[in-house]
Design a protein around this ligand. Structure first.
Ligand code: 3PG
Length: 308
């Protein structure tokens, strides 16, 4: 019997990506089972019971999902952030968890710059706006997405600064960024800040009022990472104390209603997470996920494992 590989995407991949995944798995002699647009975690729990491998996007792979999976060897999150997967439960059961770093970074970076242009041009309402050229952009965390953001921003003629304590200084120069030594310094000198930090225990709510208040006049915060990394009390305080502040995010914070009611025109939030929602990103991440599964199940290749 063929090994079953479950592709569970509450928000489906583009059709071409699904075909690409199918081709890779088919060639390897595996059976792909597709669970798209599901609305209930119960559906995922049922579908995962006999799967050897699981490909997901932002779908929640909870303790309960893992407990239901009797044959599961590997979960690949087709994307960058793996905060949707319960790593502890997976590790306890000996299940390998991987992501597909870099595969959707360009899509996220293009969205970040697109959002910045949209707000700089007053949401295309016909009034006179501003340009990005010559403005300072701070890239907060300079992994794959941050470096792509820098590359696109440099094309717009922005002056790009980066902060990332985990990256060698030489890598900033290579990416065309000026390296600064602290988040405080980054926020102090940049009118625009692009948030690219992952959601870890120590980064959740780490962007607080102290940091935001350092931003120069006409501050624009662009978040294409996770809403959870922003401290929302601080966000509301920033809106209230700094009338020049604009927040742009993929997706809306929990306090969206309060912001919408009190600060019209000073925010834009995508209705659904859209950073990686391109055909190209779906194809890149989906096919990479399928190949990683084949590599792992056939050869034990655990490159990109995140639950070491
Ligand atoms: C990621 O972490 O890769 C992005 O947030 C994209 O997630 P998605 O594939 O669920 O849109």
């Amino acid at each position: 019997m063929k090994k079953k590989i479950l592709v569970a995407t509450e928000r489906p991949f583009a059709k071409l990506a699904v075909q690409g995944i199918l081709d890779v798995l088919d060639e390897a002699g595996y059976e792909m089972v597709l669970l798209e647009n599901y609305k209930d975690q119960g559906d995922l729990k049922k579908a995962v019971i006999d799967a050897e491998a699981l490909i997901v996007r932002s779908d929640l792979v909870t303790k309960e999902v893992i407990a239901a999976a009797d044959n599961l060897k590997i979960v690949v999150r087709a994307g960058a952030g793996y905060d949707n997967v319960d790593l502890v439960s997976a590790s306890d059961k000996g299940i390998v968890v991987m992501n597909t770093p870099g595969q959707n970074s360009n899509a996220v970076a293009e969205l970040a710059l697109g959002l910045m242009v949209y707000m700089a041009r007053n949401q295309f309402n016909g009034t006179s706006g501003t340009e990005l050229r010559g403005k300072r952009l701070g890239v907060h965390a300079c992994g794959n997405v941050g470096r792509h953001v820098a590359k696109v921003a440099l094309g717009f003629g922005m002056e790009v600064y980066g902060f990332d304590p985990y990256i060698e200084k030489s890598a900033f120069e290579y990416a065309g960024m000026k390296c600064v030594d602290s988040a405080e310094e980054l926020y102090s000198i940049c009118q625009y800040v692009s948030v690219n930090i992952p959601a870890y225990e120590d980064t959740i709510k780490s962007i607080n009022f102290e940091l935001l208040a350092k931003m120069p006049e006409k501050a624009r915060l662009v978040n294409t990472a996770r809403k959870e990394v922003i401290d929302e009390d601080s966000l509301l305080k920033m809106f209230s104390e700094r009338p020049d502040f604009i927040y742009i995010s993929d997706v809306a914070p929990d306090c969206v209603n309060e912001i919408a009611e009190r600060y019209p025109g000073r925010f834009f939030f995508t209705p659904k997470k859209m950073g990686a929602q391109t055909s190209e990103a779906n194809i890149n991440a989906g096919i990479a996920a399928a190949r990683q599964i084949v590599g792992f199940l056939k050869d034990g290749d655990n490159t990109y494992q995140v639950n070491l």
